[in-house]
Design a binder for this molecule. Sequence first.
Ligand code: FES
Ligand code: FES
Length: 174
Amino acid sequence: MVENRHISITVNGERKEADVEPRMLLVHFLREIAGSTGTHVGCDTTNCGACTVLLDGRAVKSCTILAVQADRRKITTIEGLSKEPGKMHPVQKSFVDNHGLQCGYCTSGMIISAYWLLKHKKNVSEQEIREAISGNLCRCTGYDNIIMSIKDAEKRMEEEGDTLEEEQAVTVRK
Ligand code: FES
Ligand code: FES
C-alpha cells in the first residue's frame, strides 16, 4: 500500500495542510480539504475546464494535477479573486451584469481563465478571448455573453486600477 504524504498548500492566502493519498487530485484537495467548493468538477478528465484555478499565478486545470504536485505552492480559486471580502472582483461583476452565466457550472473556471488573460494582455481581441477560454466548455453554450463579459471586464479592471502582471506572458493556455 502506498503511504500518505503530508502536504501544505497555500489556498487563497491560507495554509492548508493534510496527509493525502499520492493519487489525490488537486481539485479534490481544494474542494474536500480546503473547502473551496466554488471550484467545480465537470469531467475529472481535463476536458471541461470547470476546475480551473491559478497555480502560482498561472491558470491550470486542477483535475490534471495531483495535490502532491502543488505541495508548498500557491493556489487562487474563485473565492480568492476579490481582495475585499463581500465584494465581487470586476470579472465576476461583469459576468453577472452581462448575463455571462446560465446554470453557472462552468463559470468559476471561465472567470479564472478570463482573469488570467486580462492580467497578462491589454486590449484583448475577440480571437484572443476565444483562445483563452478554448479549454473551458459551457454546456449552456452562452459563449456570446461570456465573450461580452470578458471584454467589459477589461474596462472594469482598468477603472479599478487592477493592472497587468509584470511578466507579460501572452501564451494562452489551451
Ligand atoms: S473537471 Fe477538470 S477539466 Fe473538467
Ligand atoms: S453556464 Fe451552464 S455550463 Fe456554462
